[in-house]
Design a protein. Structure first.
Length: 118
């Protein structure tokens, strides 16, 4: 059973930073494609960033230059470093893992709240 667990959310002032972590168990982590998504109240879930097994990254335009996705395969963990946070970054942040060994099935975490005050 693949499990995805996010941590690191919280309340921060605008301009501040947070680092989210996403720990994955039950799969060969190094092969997974990892992604961060977010969902603000009343809005659809949207892509924030993804990172491939080879380390290639992709970002939403709204976070380019401010957020950095990374992975540590030895720790089975992906990260989202968020700098220069804005109130519009307030959302529940979700991590997912796309597992090639399971026909690219997608596993989601429970989400972690990020609140940015003005």
């Amino acid at each position: 059973q693949v499990q995805v667990v996010e941590s690191g959310g919280g309340l921060v002032q605008a301009g501040g930073s947070l680092r989210l972590s996403c720990a994955v168990s039950g799969s060969i982590f190094s092969l997974n494609v990892m992604g961060w998504y977010r969902q603000a109240p009343g809005k659809q879930r949207e892509l924030v960033a993804t990172i491939s097994s080879g380390g290639s990254t992709n970002y939403a335009d709204s976070v380019k230059g401010r957020f950095t996705i990374s992975r540590d395969n030895a720790k089975n963990t992906a990260y989202l470093q968020m700098n220069s946070l804005k109130p519009e970054d307030t959302a529940v942040y979700y991590c997912n893992a796309k597992v090639p060994a399971l026909n690219w099935r997608v596993f989601w975490g429970q989400g972690t709240q990020v609140t940015v005050s003005a």
